[in-house]
Design a protein around this ligand. Structure first.
Ligand code: AMP
Length: 115
């Protein structure tokens, strides 16, 4: 069940601050307040979906296409080329803490050595 008082819903509405990286009709990208990598940006769709499982089942096609296009434009705005990582924590058991679908876009030299 989606709760529209979550922090990302407030940021989209302009009721909470963020450091914006990219925005269009479909999505908003902003800096993570507690970065875990040199570059750590969150991209959120402008729609009420709790996680990627909900979003891919229930969001209209134009929003799904627009969202992934906004992810790509965020990557381009950040100048990450083809050196970045996308993560979508899904469910509390996987570490999700904000229940408005988002992807983490991260880039850091240290990624070369893990996985
Ligand atoms: P997740 O654990 O995948 O749900 O990710 C939620 C992320 O949101 C965490 O990495 C937090 O650091 C980040 N976060 C929480 N509140 C804010 C905020 N007000 N502005 C930016 N990032 C936030």
């Amino acid at each position: 069940m989606y709760d529209n008082n979550n922090i990302f819903a407030k940021i989209i509405r302009g009721d909470a601050p963020s450091r914006k990286i990219y925005e269009d009709d479909f999505a908003l990208a902003f800096d993570n307040i507690a970065p875990r990598a040199k570059t750590h940006v969150l991209v959120v769709p402008k729609g009420e979906y709790t996680d990627i499982y909900d979003f891919t089942a229930n969001a209209p096609a134009d929003l799904q296409i627009g969202f992934w296009g906004a992810v790509r434009k965020t990557v381009d705005t950040l100048g990450l080329g083809n050196n970045f990582r996308i993560v979508a924590n899904t469910g509390p058991g996987a570490g999700q803490s904000v229940f408005h679908f988002h992807v983490h876009v991260m880039s850091d030299e240290k990624f070369k050595s893990d996985f």
